[in-house]
Design a protein around this ligand. Sequence first.
Ligand code: HDE
Length: 698
Amino acid sequence: MAEHTDAKQRQLDEHRVDDSDRALTTQQGVRVDHDDDSLTTGGRGPTLLEDFHAREKITHFDHERIPERVVHARGAGAYGYFEAYDGWLSDYTTAEFLTSGERIPVFVRFSTVAGSRGSADTVRDVRGFATKFYTRQGNYDLVGNNMPVFFIHDGIKFPDFVHAVKPEPPNEIPQAQSAHDTFWDFVSLQPESLHMVLWLMSDRALPRSYRMMQGFGVHTFRLVDAEGRGTFVKFHWKPRLGTHSLVWDECQKVAGKDPDFNRRDLWDSIEAGRFPEWELGVQLVDEADEHSFDFDLLDATKIIPEEEVPVRPAGRMVLDRNPENFFAETEQIAFHTANVVPGIDFTNDPLLQARNFSYLDTQLIRLGGPNFSQLPVNRPVAAVHHNQRDGYGQHYIHKGQTSYFKNSLGGGCPAVADADTFRHYTEAVSGKKIRERSPSFQDYYSQATLFWNSMTVVEREHIVAAFRFELGKVVDKDIRARTVHELNRVDHDLAARVAAGVGVPEPGSGEPNHGRTSPALSQVAAPVRSVATRKVAVLLADGVDATGVRKFTDALSEAGAIVELLAPHEGEIAAGTGDPLTADRQLNTMASVLYDAVVVPCGPDSVDTLSEDGYAVHFVAEAYKHAKAVAASGSGVQLLERAGVGSRLAKDETIVVADGVVTTTAAADDLPGEFATAFLAELAMHRAWQRRTDSVPA
Ligand code: HDE
């Protein structure tokens, strides 16, 4: 648990309840001497109405569920802090948290969008990335996603879009999936969604970890300085560990092996003191340049390419404390895009404007009334004084005779302030009231093409495979054809490759591709290489060369990787050389998909046992299929051969590195330090994307 306490944590401490060494009571504080049997007439008679304890207990239980979020129902959150760099943003904004450099408490909630609260983490979906900054000037919420654009550009389409992606009404199937008819029906008829659909079909929709995911504010917001001058801004979060994804086959398996994969990863990392970190970046656009782009800044289906407007580092955020209670904190946190502080304002982005209505509205039903901002996790650390009164769940006891403004009886208080106040940006607007979207929003394809053009070969392969998978689940052939037709307007090669997979005739040559790229969009082209927090499975059994294992795993741990020893049985593992080892986990409780890499150490008996264990053989083959780093030393190489892994395995004591597979026949005593170094280099690559594994059984 984090050492640091801050204003928010001190406030939360007042609400934290510790039951240890305490007596059981009713809600009224009456001590209870019996909690197993209800009050009955005789041991076998009817239960008595006067059993207030049993009634209270059951009644509370009957009411303990609240509606899940209509979207983003499944999530995981944590506390931490944000600190701005250098205060350079004070040239643009009066928002203190962006300029003071002080540590500002935050709570971040990550989420999937489509699935219900109990759905699996590793589904193909957008991820929410919502941050509440508890600033001295009030709460600021940056309610973003891990993709920089959205499916629609006008909020009026949001209910349609969500109805289309959610499980279908007759049977509530499928859960947490976009691979079904209604979603693709919507997409094929709503071309503005195409750009985001390309992101959704890309690896961005399959994050390896919330800690390895970018975040985006999506909309163009506005910074406002002390003179009231506005500057357009887009917010970006960049993870220190780089942006990395799982592969689709892996995701589907993880959904069964560990449906809490991303949630657990966040929790475990924070518990272990490996605090996730992001850098906040901003793209700033002068108001005078509002119309100098070939898209509309108010259109949330568009990015501002980083090569056109660079992302400037503005601060960093660290998450260092898990919540005490999921419901109280992660479930009850209420984000709202209209929670802004002085120095940050909106633009006329029609999606943002609708969100500013929706987020307050939704909390009223979800949290049962207008006082949800008094819930501990939602309370600002800034002082709160207003004339709003009463309502369900009112926690404050407001003193005084007046609850209106202006008043004389209350001395005019609370009084409007004259400094440090929120003042709406004064923007001149004019025009006729019309239901019509500006033509500047109507280029649906250029940026979808830009995204496609910017992908590496392997990223494109994944996108094509994703389209084939998703459309392959669509029953209505017209929807498939219509979608392919739309893809043809993005790129002909893309459309042709998808068409070939889903039984749709290849469309004509389509519109010419504009050929532009934005290198920053690829997450593979310039990866952050790090082994920090990467999970490595070491497969072993009795007779393993324990000396070599220790030497190797020490080197990995020192480099920041997490090593787990997996064996057919838990407890002590008899060693072929050196002292016995203790297995961390029983092999069959885990799976390769829960690790970043796998290692098979030397030890003839150990390797013989593993070679007879289909689970171990599959473990290695599957890690190989998913392009993970694989290593084996000494007799361990035989298990790789048995698993059909790699065509270039070591034949002698030389270290062979081939497409992420690192082998040597050297055993414990001769195992060179370079073996660990070579493996760490492959692990840092995240995946050996150049490895061709299509023919490896899934
Ligand atoms: Fe949301 N969205 N949204 N959304 N959204 C909600 O608010 C909505 C949009 C996002 O961890 C809801 O409290 C409308 C864009 C996140 O608690 C609801 C529109 C982006 C979260 C809602 C959008 C988001 C939500 C459901 C179109 C990325 C989870 C429960 C006008 C920038 C926050 C709730 C959390 C949650 C409405 C579009 C991100 C119903 C109407 C664009 C991360 O109010």
